[in-house]
Design a protein around this ligand. Sequence first.
Ligand code: C2E
Ligand code: MG
Ligand code: MG
Length: 637
Amino acid sequence: MLFSYRGALRAGLVYLLASSFWIGLTHRILIEFLDNPTDLHRWLQMRVYLWVALSALLISLICARSAQAHQQQQPLKENRERLRQAAAVFDCTREGVLVTDAKGLIVHVNRAFMEITGYQREDVMGQQPSLFKSGRHSSNFYQQMFQTLEHTGEWSGEIWNRRKSGEIYPQWQTIRVIHDDLGHLSHYVAVFSDISAIKDSEHELAHLAHHDPLTDLPNRLLFTDRAEQALASAQLHKRGCALLLLDLDHFKIINDSLGHNIGDQLLKLVGERLSALFGPGVTLARLGGDEFAVLAENCSQVVQAAALAQRMLDEMKQPFIFDGHQLFISASIGISLFPNDALSAEQLLRNADSALFKAKSVGREGYALYTEELTAHAQNRVEIASELRRALERQELRVYYQPVHDLHTSRLIGVEALVRWQHPERGLVPPGDFIPIAERTGLIADIDGWVMDQACRQMCQWLADGLPLSFIAINVSSRLFARRELYDQVAQVLHDTGLDPAFLELEVTESAVMDDPEVALEQLHRLRELGLRLAIDDFGTGYSSLLRLKRLPVQKLKIDQGFVAGLPWDEDDAAIVRVVIALAKSMGMQVHAEGIEQVEQARFLLEQNCDMGQGYWFGRPMPALEIDWDRAPAIQA
Ligand code: C2E
Ligand code: MG
Ligand code: MG
């Protein structure tokens, strides 16, 4: 429409007035100036035509101007319309929108921006978007973002920002550079969406793909993956790992008789119980059915793996209680070791599986190692460890005494106390079979304490009986040697038994002394203050520093039986023994040779001026009552 209604009415009125004014005015002028009626009449007609022509010209001029104005106004209107639409979109969109000026100061944000970030418009106006930084990205990340913006005018990517609440969240963001008509950078527009929900579901999907839904433990996929990583790291650090496969015995019967629901609940409880058993460095997984796998990192010893298996089996033996049911179950375990049995996770799993089969076939409720002999060995040691504790309580330990003779007079002058285990089924077990296990399980302190107490009491008895003994030697484990309690323990035994410390000789091994010479020196001095004597056992097997040896308050060196065995024919052994004797003498120590089985050995030692000796040739270790006190075999031919 060219005009509005009011405009048209106004124009009609103006036209009417102008016409009336024209008619009135021209009429007056013509009457005034023309007297001739014919002329007057003609001019009166002509002024009408003239008015029509003039008003037609005026109307066409106005129409032309109006059309021109309308034409000019059209794009402006359209623009305004478009802007209104854009503002509506800007405000309704679910994506957050943020506009900054060329200096990077915020000039606009939309409603979604406020909903996502928690900031109000007035909080952020005039601020820089760095206000939202999460701290998750390096400065390098932002540098690259601005470089891309500079070169391409646009950047899209995932970015972690911080909401007003402080929570950080991921967003997908597109930033675009806006230029004005002259091509100068005028604004930056960032459009972003909150993708935390997508991330969460991605995470959930990944969890589902790698975990068993029933127990929430890692599944086979994740287990194999973790095992591969653990093996790679173990290889690098030269460590061992153990893979254990546990399978419940007769699980099918439980499932068939009590239903799958109970079966599922049981599997869940088994998973929970096993998880509670392990700390860091152990991965537990459910591979499927009633099969669980355990990867123990840093488990290089067969015995460690076997002990772990035993703990798992013991744990399974406790009743499972749920829904008023009390269920007793058992399990079998197959063990395979890295790197001894296999180098890859897959092969370890296969080996553990065949070991599991073996465990099941020999009667279930036990474990088996991939190699048979190891199984027997490890089982033996684990059994010993658990039985040893009871052995002390049940008084199954015995102290045997081995005579020590003066080589010059052949007389029996002392004894060495050596522990034995009178096992109800295994018979008399030698210390070599259980002392190392006792050392590892921590029982050694109790054992050595008990032996010391028994031996000191026995010595008091012999002295009271008038036997001419000058010492009783007792072995001290190297594990105890580094501990301060050893001093208290020895002092307590001396106090309890009333033995004169001058009759007590403590034997410590060369390695115990040399492992930490400073601690050893302090410990030896403290023990010496009690008034007892000290001997270094198995001398020659360690790597003693002669300088350190000289500083030790030790009165005796016991030459290891390994050197005595070759005497007198083995030249190396003979040379070593000669040197050790000379060394001991030069340091003012006594020398004592062990393992003398033949008279020639005793003779050689006597020739070298060795002070005393012990060995089967003089007498084996035996119970106190069996010692022949008068035995003095002649060494000289
Ligand atoms: P050791 O202290 O060097 O004891 C000497 C070992 O050599 C004893 O073995 C003894 O029976 C053996 N022996 C003695 N004479 C001969 C011989 O002529 N030929 C041979 N082949 N062997 C001989 P046993 O009693 O089996 O003890 C072994 C080791 O166990 C001991 O070596 C000692 O280190 C340790 N041990 C024994 N009793 C105890 C104890 O009560 N506490 C601690 N911590 N260790 C002990
Ligand atoms: Mg000894
Ligand atoms: Mg020895």
